[in-house]
Design a protein around this ligand. Structure first.
Ligand code: ZN
Length: 322
């Protein structure tokens, strides 16, 4: 009886300790592991294409366009595969945490042309896996292609808070970097890419980065905005960001709105209401004219919140206007 009691009480102690440590556990940084994050509810409503690569989630967003989302990383970056009759265009290649080329082979057997929305690290990670890469003819692009992004710059992307390694058990976080890639051909703003039965217009969209572009397909009314616009905090604080150029770009994109059916951004959700581009233009004017008061953000940034999206701007960039 006595030993039985002892066993019960020691079990009770273990149980209490377990409860206690669990509640403590929730307060540790590990509780903010990206593995605890729920998939965005908007994604669950889309038509998913099952593939053999667990890291990526692929959605059919209509008109033979596939959104390739990386939802298990805080960047929630989205690459797009636009399939024509003769060729397919891969608009960005993601984080490079998992290999994207086997996934693309599952989706199409057509020859692949890669083009990047811009060459920030989170959009070019898989470029090195492809041999046909179009690029904007800018110093920024050439530098990204020649050097990639080294481990020191991108190591924050592979902390437990930043991504969920459950879907990538073999990822080498200690050596994670963005590999250089070989540019096959330079293109210019205003060029048209013919995929066979569909034509994609390249629109220069500098601002977020010097080599940023948008893509427009007039036939479907699809506009791919890259990082120039998405719902969420729009980053305007990196080296190479140019607020005056960004303003011109967003004005240009807002003019397209009457002919746009859907906006396909490069982060968070693979669709947005085109009208938000007009809101982006109007609210950005308020920001740079000093009418909208911002909040101090981290790392010398100012944050300007407009509900569905916000601008996160490096303070130094704003001084000339305020
Ligand atoms: Zn970017």
């Amino acid at each position: 009886m006595n030993s039985h009691y002892k066993r019960i009480s020691s079990l009770l102690i273990i149980f209490i300790y377990f409860i206690f440590s669990c509640s403590n556990y929730k307060k540790t940084p590990m509780s903010s592991s990206w593995c605890d994050k729920e998939l965005r509810p908007e994604l669950k409503k889309l038509k998913e294409i099952k593939t053999n690569r667990e890291w990526f989630k692929v959605y059919d967003v209509g008109n033979h366009v596939y959104a390739i989302v990386e939802p298990y990383c805080y960047q929630e970056v989205i690459s797009y595969l636009i399939v024509g009759n003769e060729k397919a265009l891969l608009f960005d290649t993601g984080m490079g945490l998992d290999s994207i080329s086997p996934l693309i082979k599952e989706l199409t057997t057509l020859p692949i042309t890669v083009l990047n929305s811009h060459t920030h690290f989170d959009h070019i990670g898989g470029n090195h896996e492809f041999d046909n890469i179009l690029a904007m003819n800018t110093d920024y692009t050439r530098h990204s292609a020649a050097n990639g992004w080294n481990h020191e710059v991108v190591k924050q992307e592979v902390t437990p808070e930043a991504f969920c390694s459950k879907y990538l058990p073999n990822v080498d976080t200690a050596n994670y970097s963005i590999k250089p890639f070989k540019i096959s051909k330079f293109i210019n703003a205003g060029d048209t890419i013919n995929l066979g039965g569909r034509k994609i217009n390249v629109i220069g969209a500098p601002g977020h980065s010097p080599d940023a572009i948008a893509l427009l397909e007039e036939q479907s009314g699809y506009l791919w905005t890259g990082d120039t616009f998405y719902e969420g905090p729009i980053f305007l604080f990196a080296d190479g960001t140019d607020l005056a150029a960004y303003q011109k770009t967003i004005e240009k994109l807002a003019l397209l709105v009457p002919n746009i059916k859907t906006v396909l951004p490069s982060h968070n959700k693979p669709f947005a209401n085109p009208h938000l581009l007009v809101e982006t233009k109007n609210t950005f004017e308020e920001v740079i004219s000093g009418k909208k008061k911002g909040k101090e953000g981290e790392d010398k940034t100012m944050s300007y919140d407009f509900g569905k999206f916000s601008f996160l701007i490096q303070k130094d960039f704003l001084t000339f206007k305020q």
